[in-house]
Design a binder for this molecule. Structure first.
Ligand code: GTP
Length: 517
């Protein structure tokens, strides 16, 4: 029998496999990657976008040493950007009025003290000073970003653009700085950065699980391919999702992979050609498919003599959710059945004569007696013991004795009818069980047996040899209503026959004996 003992682990494995196949992990990861790439591109574009430049284009050109301040102030007074002037020592000594909008402090207020200390956010101050020092040292510095302390105690992101200002001889007079509001861009950038970070985490996690899932899948696939049982997994639409190598071999599927994705009807068309009774097999399949309970193990006889068992059950989804489909497990038990038949044969047959042995005799006697009492019929028992067998052994050897036993079993086999059972109980003792027997039939059978045995002649070493038989007949329930009493009655009758000289039969209780002439 197939069932739970081995089916459960396989079913569990396959359910896991099926669940795994159904996750769509690869698709999810692909979408995740796409989204991440889009966010990263958006972020790069945001960073590369030009920041608002000084409002007065003309002022980007070197300015004359005299009157700069006046000209400068006039030009930028209405500009949106914050403009400032830094002297050669790096001190701000002029800023546009826009500073008030950025910091809540007036231009006069911030210029009265140290501009950087008063309006630049604490953590950006040393960076800001460093950038001014480098610009004054005539180093090429690019635009940079820093935070100002805004009026409402928060911070205001700005982008600083630096421009050296020289006199007519090219001597550095100071720096012009144009500060643009980049708060909105910065907030968008932070949001994007957070999204990118979250997506990267999700991608890393997803890649990790997908890798583990793929490893697990490879291990399961390797395991299922070495399993001797054929495993078939169908989805809820009755399409083949998976089949292992053993299944290809059982159902002679040369191109096993070609069946993945096909409907069950296509698979059935292929397998029916191998089944000895296609109608019965399809009835079984339809019966299984119409039930949700695990199927009973079913034996399929193949046209080529193979015997394959099948077992099927629905595969529940994760956490008992919607079913993932159905698993079928097939096992080629041809060899098992052959060995079992051989063992049974050895257990119930006499190896010399191939007749049923004493063990089977007791089983059959018990069964026939039980049947006979139900049907109010009689069971006849003939206990047969050869006369003069030992002298054959003694004169011609054990092998000659064996020959007598084998020939005798064969000859008597043709005397015994189909419903009668013939046993060798051991040595030169035999028995015949007759169901639905009558005394006259048993008497006739005993007569034929005695005649048959007495009529057999042997020749060993050019010397004739032969045996006869003494037969005791007992009839249930007249002579015994259980195996022991019936055997005892038949044995006693057989000894009576032997005492009368053998080659005759005797009924139990009845003293009338008969001898074959
Ligand atoms: N050749 C052979 N001899 C066997 C086998 N089993 C038992 N025997 C012998 O069969 C003989 C049976 O003995 P008996 O029942 O006394 O033989 P018998 O000459 O028929 O004597 P009665 O039964 O008194 O008529 C013994 O010599 C056993 O050794 C066997 O498988 N093969």
């Amino acid at each position: 029998a197939l069932p739970e003992a081995f089916a459960s682990p396989v079913v569990t494995i396959c359910a896991g496999l099926a669940a795994m196949l159904g996750t769509g992990g690869g698709i999810y990861l692909m979408l995740l990657r796409r989204r991440l790439a889009a966010c990263e591109a958006e972020l790069a574009a945001l960073r590369a976008a030009p920041v608002v430049q000084p409002t007065a284009g003309a002022l980007l050109a070197p300015l004359p040493a005299e009157g700069i301040s006046r000209h400068f102030q006039r030009a930028v007074a209405d500009g949106l950007n914050l403009e400032g002037w830094v002297d050669r020592e790096g001190r701000f000594f002029w800023v546009s009025q826009v500073i008030e909008r950025y910091t809540g402090r007036s231009a006069a207020e911030v210029l009265a003290g140290d501009f950087v200390d008063l309006v630049v956010y604490e953590r950006d101050r040393s960076y800001c000073r460093d950038q001014i020092r480098r610009a004054l040292a005539d180093e090429q510095i690019s635009e940079f970003e820093l935070r100002l302390i805004s009026g409402n105690r928060g911070v205001q992101w700005i982008s600083c653009h630096w421009q050296p200002i020289r006199d007519g001889e090219g001597l550095l007079l100071g720096l012009r700085v144009t500060m643009s509001d980049v708060q909105a861009r910065k907030e968008a950038e932070f949001k994007l950065l957070e999204t990118v970070a979250a997506l990267r985490r999700a991608q890393a996690l997803s890649e990790h699980y997908l890798r583990r899932s793929n490893e697990e899948r490879s291990r399961l696939s390797a395991l299922l391919d070495v399993v001797r049982m054929g495993i078939l997994f169908m989805d809820t639409d009755r399409r083949v999702v998976y089949c292992n190598r053993a299944l290809y071999e059982i159902w002679r599927m040369n191109d096993g992979d070609g069946f993945v994705g096909v409907r069950d009807v296509v698979l059935q068309q292929h397998v029916l050609q191998f089944v000895a009774d296609p109608v019965a097999f399809m009835e079984h399949v339809n019966h299984v498919l119409s039930h949700r309970m695990p199927s009973e193990p079913y034996e399929i006889l193949f046209s080529d003599g193979r015997v394959v068992t099948d077992f099927s059950r629905v595969v529940p989804g994760p956490d008992g959710g919607r079913s993932l489909g159905r698993i079928w497990v097939f096992e080629d038990v041809t060899e098992q059945r052959r060995v079992a038949r051989q063992l049974l044969h050895m257990a119930e047959r006499d190896p010399l004569t191939n007749l049923y042995n004493r063990r089977r005799f007791h089983e059959e006697l018990a069964r026939m007696l039980a049947d006979s009492s139900r049907h109010r019929e009689c069971v006849g028992l003939l206990a047969i013991d050869l006369d003069g067998f030992k002298p054959v052994n003694d004169r011609f050897g054990h092998q000659a004795g064996d020959e007598v036993l084998v020939d005798l079993a064969s000859e008597l086999g043709s005397v015994v009818r189909r419903n009668e059972m013939f046993f060798r109980l051991g040595g030169d003792e035999f028995a015949i069980l007759v169901p639905s027997a009558s005394a006259s039939e048993l008497s006739e059978l005993a007569r034929r047996l005695c005649a048959c045995i007495a009529g057999m002649s042997f020749n060993f070493n050019n010397q004739p040899a032969g045996v006869t038989a003494s037969i005791g007949i007992a009839l249930s329930a007249r002579d015994g209503d259980n195996p022991e009493s019936l055997i005892g009655a038949a044995d006693r009758a057989m000894y009576v026959a032997k005492a009368l000289g053998g080659n005759c039969w005797e009924f139990a209780r009845e003293s009338v004996g008969e001898t074959v002439a």
